[in-house]
Ligand binder design. Structure first.
Ligand code: ZN
Ligand code: ZN
Length: 627
């Protein structure tokens, strides 16, 4: 074909102009325009300098964002969509502020009076309209103790259920007892049920929760909840989230819900699924979830996973990656600590014993999977490092991106071992903000409490660090997480271990390019560069002008997702923006490890919810809760 022959029509070019484009690409850190064809970036620079791409194309200059600042679409590589789906349709009345999916804020109730007022107003509004009244966030030490009689007086006619903030307890009125079908003779002698008070705790809450779960697993609840989570992600400026426990409930059910609520509705959000190694293994082997040292048939699970990997769609990606667990959670102080241990002498817990963890690491390492591990204490980290070291010795691998998640407290020497073994870290910097003050007087002591999530020295040791919300453990607000890591301000406003603060650039990398790196998709997203997906987060202010202290106050205006601009109806800022950090009166107390040995961890709670949900789907629990 001669050059003069008619060329096929070239795809149109859209040039987005901006006050500033913060690319997070070291070679071209800033720009003022981005050329986009379809869902891809083709050129970054200024609007006049894109001649090579204008030739023979229809060119549209989109200047709706000309006064705005564009960053790469934010990424949170550790979220739990199914837990958000179960939680979000409840009425949130908690000891801290939470953003609501409708764009409003569920303000903190900081004392019994505030809590009762909020509860009463909600009951008056909803009783008779909803079959169940379910509220999450009740914290008796802050909100005062409420018994079944109190709840009956507040709500005599409708079933009312209060979920405790940490999910460890449930409080119900008499109508709820009847509707759940829990009779006095069924709970007689149960040490963790108080029938008179309508209080179900620890193992006792199974009695209530597994009967409630069929209600929450209905599409009307679960799908709605997932849609609400997607709204929260959009308000945080997120364009990609990692589901760090895909398949915990039922892979087909979870995929169908994502399809119905996110993809079919064309919401601007991509989900990267990381597979739940324990549940895939147990399901394939027909084994129930057991104690932490119960062997898991990882090989059987692997065969099922391999088939699952082909199920990706435009917005749902399957990473060739699995999730494993080491020790207990930070919020319940059940992480495994090395010497000198907990000041009060209690001990941590394993979620997978070091032997089970090592077996999982070995199986998936040899299969060439990327491995993500939940780990919180320094003794937990020792188990993880040993497993990784053994795998690396047996079958050396390069660029494996073995990712450790959370890192509540780890030792300085472990940062260098992580680097030497080629691991990367995804941390939850909210831990320090939420727990730094409380843990300096509880369990850890002031020195170790101030070193919670020591991200600064990790980066200096050469470990890439990204941030996650682990939603609902922290809000889906990347700029707030970046603020936590860059300022290390605790609830009281003090700066804890200032040498562990990240620079502004490192903090921004943690929610963009380094977050993408940990999901193995940094060739596709995470920075603004030619060839990558056209995902941008639209901000009202340049974070480099705002500086670390004001990161959380920057308004999110919307996103561009796969080349398409999607502005929010109203700008969103963090619920933590511009308010005195000391205002919150949350008196944080870890759960009592004595009664939590089997169920004392947030991630254990996640596992239990997954178990209840699965049973509800399989119909092993009463499908219909009769009145
Ligand atoms: Zn976890
Ligand atoms: Zn998690």
């Amino acid at each position: 074909m001669s050059p003069s022959a008619a060329q096929p029509e070239r795809a149109p070019l859209t040039i987005y102009t901006a006050r500033r484009v913060v690319t997070m690409d070291e070679s071209l850190p800033e720009a003022t325009a981005i050329g986009v064809i379809g869902d891809r970036i083709v050129c970054v620079g200024d609007a006049d300098g894109m001649q090579a791409w204008r030739e023979g194309r229809k060119v549209t200059v989109d200047d709706r964002l000309k006064d705005r600042v564009l960053l790469p679409g934010f990424i949170d590589n550790h979220v739990h969509p199914f837990l958000g789906a179960l939680l979000l349709p409840t009425e949130i009345i908690a000891p801290e502020d939470w953003r609501r999916p409708d764009g409003g804020v569920a303000r903190a109730a900081n004392n019994p009076r505030e809590y009762l007022e909020r509860l009463k107003a909600w009951i008056a509004d909803r009783a008779g309209k909803d079959e169940w009244l379910i509220s999450w966030g009740y914290q008796p030490p802050v909100h005062g103790k409420l018994t079944r009689r109190d709840l009956d007086a507040l709500c005599p006619d409708a079933p009312l259920l209060l979920q405790q903030r940490s999910f460890h307890e449930v409080f119900v009125n008499t109508r709820a007892m009847e509707k759940l079908g829990v009779r006095r003779d069924m709970v007689a002698g149960h040490p963790q049920v108080n029938w008179e008070d309508g209080h179900f705790f620890e193992t006792g809450r199974w009695l209530a929760m597994h009967r409630l779960m069929p209600w929450q697993m209905r599409k009307e609840w679960y799908h709605r909840g997932l849609g609400m989570l997607a709204q929260l992600c959009m308000q945080g400026g997120l364009t990609t989230i990692g589901d760090q426990l895909f398949g915990a409930v039922d892979p087909e059910y979870e995929l169908a819900a994502i399809d119905a609520e996110i993809e079919s509705k064309r919401l601007p959000l991509r989900v990267v699924n990381v597979l739940d190694a324990r549940n895939f293994g147990n399901r394939a082997a027909g084994v129930k979830v057991g104690p932490p040292d119960q062997p898991i048939d990882f090989e059987k699970g692997l065969a099922v996973m391999e088939r699952m990997l082909a199920r990706g769609t435009r917005q749902v990606k399957f990473a060739r990656a699995v999730k494993l667990f080491a020790d207990g959670a930070m919020f319940s102080q059940l992480m495994q600590l090395g010497s000198p241990g907990y000041a009060d002498g209690h001990h941590g817990e394993w979620l997978m014993s070091p032997e089970v963890l090592a077996a999982g690491v070995r199986t998936f390492w040899r299969a060439g999977f990327q491995i993500h591990v939940h780990v919180n204490g320094d003794a937990g980290m020792d188990a993880v490092l040993s497993a990784l070291e053994a795998a690396q010795r047996e079958v050396p691998r390069l660029d494996h991106r073995f990712t450790v998640h959370h890192l509540g407290f780890h030792a300085a020497a472990q940062s260098r071992r992580l680097a030497a073994l080629g691991a990367v870290a995804s941390v939850n910097p909210y831990y320090l903000h939420a727990l730094g003050d409380a843990y300096s007087v509880l369990g850890l002591g002031s020195d170790r409490a101030s070193q919670i999530v020591r991200a600064g020295s990790l980066v200096r040791a050469g470990v890439p660090v990204s941030f996650h919300s682990d939603y609902p453990m922290a809000p889906t607000e990347p700029l707030f997480l970046a603020w936590c890591a860059a300022t290390r301000r605790t609830r009281s406003g003090r700066v804890a271990a200032p040498t562990e603060r990240l620079t502004l650039e490192q903090a921004l990398r943690g929610i963009t390019i380094d977050a993408a790196h940990a999901l193995f998709i940094d060739h596709e997203i995470g920075s603004i560069a030619a060839g990558k997906r056209a995902d941008f987060t639209v901000l009202g202010e340049n974070p480099r002008d705002a500086g670390p202290e004001r990161l959380k106050d920057i308004p999110i205006l919307g996103t561009v997702f796969d080349g398409e601009l999607r502005l929010l109806p109203n700008p969103a800022t963090s619920v933590h923006a511009a308010r005195a950090m000391a205002r919150s009166a949350l008196a944080y107390r870890p759960v009592d490890p004595a009664c939590c040995a089997t169920a004392g961890d947030h991630c254990d709670v996640i596992r239990e919810f997954a178990h209840w949900a699965r049973q509800a789907l399989l119909g092993q629990y009463p499908k219909r809760v009769t009145s």
